[in-house]
Design a protein around this ligand. Sequence first.
Ligand code: AN0
Ligand code: CP
Length: 313
Amino acid sequence: MKHFLHVDDIDSSASWLSLAAECKKEPFKFEKMGKGKVLGLLFFNSSLRTRLSTQKAAYHLGMHCMTMNIGSEGWALELEDGTIMDQGKAEHIKEAAQVISQYCDVLGVRAFASLENKEKDEAEQVLNGFKKYAGIPILNMESATGHPLQALADLITITEHQQTKRPKVVLSWAPHPRALPQAVANSFVGIMRNNPQFEFCVTHPRGYELNPEIVRDSPVYYDQNEALKDADFVYVKNWSASSPYGAVLNNDPHWMITPEKLGKAYFMHCLPVRRNVIVEDAVLDGNNSLVIEQANNRTYAAQVALMKILESL
Ligand code: AN0
Ligand code: CP
């Protein structure tokens, strides 16, 4: 039984990419694979792309899909062991996960970082809780520390548009009024690290360092202009600081991506994006923006991840 929890679960980029291309060309080619299987999707947080693209991927594979906004419609879940449950939490994740697995064969979970407690976020309490107690394959639909389906869709998109053998890909931080998780950035760094055919670097203001265990030896620049030099793909994302954990330290509008900064490069963002905060209108509305193609590729990323899970059942 295989889970899809992390970019490291992509055992061969080449074979996953070629399967994604096959699915994109002929979406219903594997529609018998999921026949009779039920996919449950649990959302603790808002979603547009992940919810609809994963449902569409399930449809392509002949799976039945049940979606629940568990964060707003379900019972509040207790995650800690041994607690006296006399406060606000009505149900323990132990029962909830085991019950869900009576109804579903595969379970997708979206549960963002709390941004309040770094250790608990890094322990992936919700994702790992479902993995531990549900006993069925788990699909990560953005957890506290990662968003591997997004990273896979981004890899597909870059591969489709690359014009040279070794394009330069830059991950740039950009300002945002609210504290956002590091999950998208983490998984993008991880998938770039696993695909050394790209020249990759990260740029962010001081204080926004990502987890060094994830960044490893990827070059990091505090000077955005230096990092953006000769870029072919500029992947833009806000994330909050790691110390103090979850803080917004800097909202310097100079980090916003403008047509001048982008130059000839392609612009990428996972969406949702705040116009004229993260990126100027002219970039998003221009010919070099790949954001809609990234969103389209979410379907094929989810389809391939589900196929790998279904094959393992
Ligand atoms: C979320 C984040 O930054 O993790 C989801 C992105 C896919 N974004 C917001 O909350 C705006
Ligand atoms: N990119 C992404 O995951 O979008 P949603 O939060 O709308 O699912």
